[in-house]
Design a binder for this molecule. Structure first.
Ligand SMILES: [Zn+2]
Length: 186
């Protein structure tokens, strides 16, 4: 039998481990549903109509990358940038794929900085479900625009969140600025 894993956090032993996940502790119900009901990869999409893109929150797609709003956002404008290649970890990407993905992350930050005027960004990736990846089999970067006072680390510890804008509103605001992302990354 495997030994029981202990989760130790020296900052505050009273905080439940699930409150310490970096990105989104409120996604646990969603993560569990993925385990019990595997489904098609959300990043492996074909050609979509504008209505289909809106329904699936896809802001931009081309031959190399897909950019979409996170359905379970950390804050308004929380997007996901994924390569077309269905691989679980960056070292499995080809070098051209890595380059185009890095460009797409940078271009997404550029257009969101201009349009949303955030004061900062959190950018990162969770690799493997143990690290909190909701879709562990297809690597993706999170880009979270931040404003002073929008959320803070305490809200993460307390497993609460404040997202003041609906996903549909976010989509309608962001889609026009992502429409021409291809020009930034070509
Ligand atoms: Zn995929």
């Amino acid at each position: 039998m495997a030994p029981k894993r202990r989760v130790v956090d020296r900052r505050d032993d009273a905080v439940p481990a699930e409150g310490l996940r970096l990105w989104a502790p409120w996604r646990y119900a969603y993560l569990r549903s993925l385990v019990s009901a595997p489904r098609a990869c959300i990043f492996c999409i074909g050609k979509m109509s504008p209505a289909g893109m809106r329904r699936h929150l896809v802001l931009f797609e081309n031959r190399d990358v897909v950019v979409m709003l996170n359905k379970y956002p950390y804050s308004s404008g929380h997007i996901l940038v994924a390569p077309r290649s269905h691989v679980a970890s960056p070292e499995l990407l080809t070098r051209p794929d890595r380059a185009v993905l890095a460009d797409a992350v940078a271009a997404s930050i550029k257009v969101m900085r201009a349009a949303l005027k955030p004061q900062g960004f959190n950018v990162g990736t969770n690799i493997g479900s143990a690290a909190g990846a909701g879709i562990a089999e297809h690597i993706h970067w999170h880009i979270v625009p931040r404003w002073s006072g929008d959320n803070n680390f305490m809200s993460v510890l307390a497993s609460t969140r404040v997202v003041s804008q609906s996903l549909e509103d976010s989509y309608d605001q962001l889609r026009p600025i992502f429409k021409n992302l291809g020009a930034e990354i070509s």
